[in-house]
Design a protein around this ligand. Structure first.
Ligand SMILES: Nc1ncnc2c1ncn2[C@@H]1O[C@H](COP(=O)(O)OP(=O)(O)OP(=O)(O)O)[C@@H](O)[C@H]1O
Ligand SMILES: [Mg+2]
Length: 267
């Protein structure tokens, strides 16, 4: 049962709309069982769920990296097709989703950190001055300035994660998806990532965070969505969803270690 705990007034075309999204892998594994979800522009949504609940698969479908077995993704009403021309136009409109991978190694293409960050701005066809401006800003925002000349493969796990975030910042994607953004990060890394998330929110970007670590970030989210075994089982204001947690969903209520949702951040 999908417990819909809050509903925005309808009418307008939603910014992102997922309808009936299903994913069955060739081995018969049914990873997503018909997900309906709409997200408004500028929302910060936290998507939680136990290991294997379908978070990464869902976000790969939303960012166009993976084909769904059924259902549709629309961005501003426009059907997302896995087609290069479609991606280029979405990118130019600034509404393509930038996904920071759970395992960022596969994401790096540049010889150095600086070159890697520049790939997005180059692909966007920006002039050199704007490319440089974005790369320098992303180096600062991610705390990687000292590593600008290093090879991405030589970075530590946490530094790789910072680099993945820097690449997305430099693209200035309209939708930013962070898959387990706190994995491998030390305390300053978590604080820096939270600052990046706050900045994205202030700039009006739509931010989707996939994580188990609710206690680090829930205070920044306007909505909490829970996936369980490939189904969306509950969504709404964080407080209301936490009040209805079921033990079978495999989520720990972060209020056990914070005095309330507002304290659930390391910022
Ligand atoms: N390429 C694949 N082939 C077969 N099954 C897959 C494939 N990729 C993912 N799955 C399965 O889909 C389900 C959902 O996986 P997904 O990676 O989305 O989980 P998740 O919620 O992101 O988990 P985690 O918290 O561990 O990151 C899992 O059962 C997984 O084994
Ligand atoms: Mg995952």
């Amino acid at each position: 049962m999908n417990k819909e705990l809050s509903q925005k007034p309808g009418g307008a075309v939603p910014f992102i709309s997922l309808k009936g999204i299903r994913k069955v892998f060739p081995d018969g594994n049914e990873a997503l069982r018909g997900i309906d979800l709409t997200i408004e522009q500028g929302e910060c949504v936290l998507i939680a769920g136990a290991n294997g609940s379908g978070k990464t698969v869902l976000m790969q479908i939303l960012s166009g990296l993976m084909k769904a077995s059924g259902g549709e993704v629309r961005i501003r009403g426009k059907l997302l097709k896995r087609d290069k021309r479609n991606f280029t136009s979405l990118m130019k409109e600034g509404i393509l989703a930038g996904l920071v991978f759970q395992n960022p190694d596969a994401q790096f293409l540049g010889e150095t950190v600086r070159e890697d960050i520049a790939i997005g701005p180059i692909n966007l066809g920006l002039d050199k001055a704007e490319q440089d401006r974005r790369v320098e800003a992303a180096l600062d925002a991610s705390g990687l300035r000292e590593k600008a000349g290093a090879a991405p493969r030589s970075l530590s796990g946490g530094e790789k994660r910072r680099l993945a975030v820097a690449g997305i910042l430099a693209m200035d994607a309209g939708i930013v998806i962070l898959d387990e953004p706190f994995a491998n990060l030390d305390f300053p890394g978590v604080v820096q990532t939270l600052r990046v998330i706050r900045d994205l929110k202030e700039k009006g970007r739509t931010v989707l965070i996939l994580t188990h670590e609710l206690e680090k970030v829930l205070a920044l989210a306007g909505r909490l969505v829970i996936l369980n075994r490939g189904a969306l089982v509950c969504q709404g204001k964080p407080e209301a969803v936490l009040d209805r947690l079921e033990s079978s969903w495999g989520i720990r209520d972060p209020r056990q270690s914070c005095s309330g949702v507002k304290d659930c951040t390391w910022n």
